[in-house]
Structures are given as C-alpha cells and as structure tokens.
Design a protein around this ligand. Sequence first.
Ligand SMILES: [Zn+2]
Length: 288
Amino acid sequence: MNPNMKIFHMLFPGGLDRALTLSYDDGVVQDRRLSELCRSRGVKCTFNLNSGTLGRVETATAPGREPLDISCVTSEELQTVYAGHEVAAHGLWHSSLPDLGTPGAMYEIITDRVNLEKLSGGAVQSFAYPFGTFNEDVKTLLRLAGFRSARTVRSTGAFALPGDFLEWDPTCHHDDPRLMELLETFCDDAAPRFGGPRLFYLWGHAYEFDARHNWDVIERFLDRAAPLGGKVWFATNGEIVRYTEAYRALVWSADGGAVTNPTTTALWIGVGREGAVEVPAGATVRLL
Ligand SMILES: [Zn+2]
C-alpha cells in the first residue's frame, strides 16, 4: 500500500465508532412503559406519532386472539411520556401515502408536522412511513415539508448508515430471531473500523410486547446494550441525521490532507484502523 495513503471515515461524537437508535411507531399507550425502560438505561428512541389519533381509545379484537389495547397516548401527556426521546411524525391518520394522491399525501405529512411541533415544542424532522409504503413522489413531499429522514420497514440485518436518509432501512425488528445474535456482533470491540461507523437500528410497535407477552425481549436487549454507554452513542434518529449531515458538509482540500469544518458541530474523523481526529466547529485541521 502507498505509505501516503490514508483511509478516512466518519466517527460519531467523542470519536465513537458505533451508535444505537430505536424507532417505535403509532403512539400507543404501551409507549409509556417502553419510554421509561429506555430512559432508565440512557438509551434513546424516536417515537413516530399520528397526531390525528392521539387520545384514541380502542381495543383490537380478532378471532382466536385475546383483546389488545391499541389506545394512543393523549396530547396532554405527550411531553411527559416522550421526555428525553424524539417525537417524530408518522402521518396524520396513518394512511398509506402513495395511495392518497399528491394533495392528500401532502396534507397528511404537513398537518402532522404542524400538530406535533405545537405539542412537543420542538422541530419535527424525522418520519416513519405508515405501512412502510412510499414512492419517489412521497419522498419529494417529505423533503419539501422539511423532513430529513424517513424509516422503512425493510430490515437489513446490517449496521450501515443509509446513503439516503429518506430511505432509512433499519437493522431489524425486535421480533427478529437474530436479534441478540446481531447485538453480540455489534458489541464486538474487535470488529474493524474500516467501512465507516456502525449503527444498530431497532424498530417495532410497543403494543406488540403486550400482544406476545414478551416485554422480556426488549428488556434483555436494553440490559445488554446499556453497559456499552461509553463506547456506543445512544442517539435519536434526528441526532444521528444532524451529525451525519454536518460530517458530510466537511470541506476537504484537493490533496485530502486538510479538512475544514464549516458547521457549528464538533466532528470526528477516523484515520486508518485506530486513529481519531477531532475537527472543532469552524476549524481547519491538517491530517497529512
Ligand atoms: Zn404505524
């Protein structure tokens, strides 16, 4: 290898090479328990809410199945239930957006954002596709409405960051039989840094834990992940997007030997197998 050749790649804040994020949908009452399980362990979750269904009281029934409470949290408790996490959008009424026509889809997207920003008191820029359905028009509408990311339901079983955050494929659903095996792979400190940072992205619906009587699945997952706090960045979807966008805004010199950080966020660059260099906000750093 050319001795002058360096391999640079993104690291997360503090020079960490891994991040963990959760994404749970529909704003159901079981979010109260999930939110607290995460918060007590320092893990962060993005909760994707339908502002039109907040406060809904509903029980799902199906032949051969016990009744399941799928009521939603109320708007009054929204800030308390989701404290420390991210409030994100999931469409006003949970409609399949490609089937609505452009005006209808735009209304679902922008109205949900307006409502949730009023209720949460912050900017809402993350989204999850209802039913996982989307097309290029829906992506364009999201971009125009100011959304920076949207999660699909396509599990990858992998830890890569997406090239396009409006098609953000998660690592796996919590019912995936590979769940703990994937987590152990993710926890492996010896895995090479080459290829960029690793992200474990878990998704699901909190009512599923009631339906399958398996809250122990998420408790086991969180208990295994929580001690990694010093090595893994526990972040919301929005925090990961904002950091990654800032990193992608770095200005590199023509010979790749110097880099300028034009943003207001301190950024970290991995150099080769072990190195980590901080590029403070507004600073230029020579790497070669
Ligand atoms: Zn949903």
